[in-house]
Design a protein around this ligand. Structure first.
Ligand code: HEC
Ligand SMILES: [Cu+2]
Length: 422
């Protein structure tokens, strides 16, 4: 039993110690065998795909090797002393203690100098990497892509300040997307980090991190992806009730595919025209999964390239979509006050409290990377956002304040509408 709450505390301490040493040993082995597939996963820090994460990983290894050497030397000396000077018989125990010695200047000076050498050994690469990871190297700055990332409880806004889009009531603003940051491969990406409420922290383990997003202050970091892929990110600073499900994705595409994606994002929302519906839609969502995390295993592949194909599949409109249902959904989006919190460029949505939904149908996740963007999961989110993310703004300031409820079939219409926004 891992957590024996009912046994005595001494027992618990002994077991925790044993578990702790086993974990340490496993970590050390895994660290030493960095080339195996051990500890690989969508959020692995030892299998990285970008220069910034690689610099951070190498620094981690350097520190590990130095501390491991110290551990072996000190542990070895201790083990030697324990074995060499142990009491060998009853007679020994009753006799005098062994000759005592202390204050050997050579040993003491030697230890001081050795510690200094170890510190310098760690300090030099640390300082070098602090400079390196702080900002895009000067000679590459001309090619960098700029992103403004804002953390909110519990989702992410990513803006592209180099790409401006027209707003409904005049003026323009940077292209904004939510929860899925798309970047070109092999180009440095400079990210300004801000927060709309509390402190969050931006972390994409395979690419870079973590840097805090602090209210009233802009921090920044940079990252770069070696190859096209679908990367997992997550908030790394406790930020309230649903912090654990404040996730996001980074999708790295080669420049040509990135340009095509960008061109589509710049367009206003896709409009599907069709007759007004006369009969109630057939699909009615009634039962939902109870677990909070609605993300199927196929996305957990350790190869970011294989999951990228799933993302690509999400970019195309569904050939079986129902124009009448979509038209009804678009109307409901106004009637239920959704438009007041969500922007849908070219359609009615104008709000900025929640994520921009102009192309939400082309995203693979909804609600901060916690649900897969399927009709079932989208219906679950729209029906009960509070059950997926306790305390979230959409429920507290929307559903509760505006008394939003649904008649049978209405959720299905909203789902069809949002899924049509590719
Ligand atoms: C009070 C403002 C508010 C209202 C009203 C509101 N929402 Fe939201 N919505 C949000 C916020 C905030 C989030 C982000 C929640 C999170 O992920 O923690 C969100 C998230 C979403 C998402 C997921 C987007 C993504 O990219 O992850 C969808 C879809 C959505 N809302 C649809 C709707 C629909 C449909 C309605 C109307 C029935 C609606 N919202 C009403 C604020 C609102
Ligand atoms: Cu957060």
């Amino acid at each position: 039993m891992l957590f024996p709450f009912n046994s005595s505390s001494r027992d618990f301490i002994r077991r925790s110690r044993r578990l702790g040493s086993a974990l340490l040993l496993a970590l050390a082995c895994a660290g030493l065998s960095g080339c195996s597939s051990w500890l690989d996963g969508p959020q692995s820090i030892v299998h990285v795909d970008g220069p910034v994460a690689r610099a951070q990983l190498n620094l981690f290894y350097t520190t590990c090797y130095v501390t491991l050497t110290i551990f072996v030397l000190v542990g070895g000396a201790l083990a030697y002393a324990m074995i060499r000077f142990r009491s060998r018989s009853r007679h020994d125990e009753e006799g005098k203690p062994p000759a005592q010695s202390h204050g050997n200047p050579v040993v003491e000076l030697g230890l001081v100098i050795l510690s200094l050498v170890a510190l310098v050994f760690i300090a030099i690469p640390t300082i070098k990497d602090i400079w390196y990871t702080y900002d895009v190297p000067a000679k590459e700055r001309a090619t960098e892509l700029k992103i403004d990332a804002t953390g909110s409880q519990w989702w992410w806004k990513f803006e592209y300040p180099q790409e401006m889009v027209k707003l409904k009531y005049g003026g323009e603003a940077p292209l904004a997307v939510a929860n899925e940051l798309v970047i070109p491969v092999g180009r440095p990406v400079h990210i300004e980090l801000r927060s709309a409420d509390v402190i969050h922290s931006f972390w994409v383990p395979k690419l870079a991190g973590k840097v805090d997003m602090i209210p009233n202050r802009a921090n920044h970091l940079w990252l770069q992806a070696d190859k096209p892929g679908y990367y997992f990110g997550q908030c790394a600073q406790y930020c309230g009730l649903s912090h654990a499900v404040m996730r996001f994705r980074v999708i790295a595409l080669d420049q040509k595919e990135f340009n095509a994606w960008l061109a589509n994002q710049m367009k206003p929302a896709r409009t599907v025209t069709g007759p007004e519906p006369t009969v109630a839609p057939k699909t009615v969502f009634t039962s939902f999964k109870r677990n909070q995390f609605g993300f199927s295993d196929k996305w957990m592949a350790t190869s970011p390239t294989s999951t990228l194909d799933l993302w690509r599949a999400q970019q195309h409109p569904n050939p079986n979509e129902d124009p009448a249902l979509i038209a009804k959904g678009r109307k409901l989006f106004q009637e239920k006050t959704c438009f007041a919190c969500h922007t849908i460029r070219g359609h009615e949505g104008i709000g900025v409290t929640g994520p921009d939904l102009t192309h939400v149908g082309a995203r693979t996740t909804i609600a901060g990377g916690v649900l897969e963007n399927t009709p079932d999961e989208l219906a679950r989110w729209i029906s009960h956002p509070d059950r997926v993310k306790p305390g979230n703004v959409m429920y507290e300031s929307g559903y509760l304040a505006n008394h939003i409820t649904f008649k049978p079939g209405e959720v299905a219409a909203l789902v069809a509408y949002l899924q049509s926004l590719k």
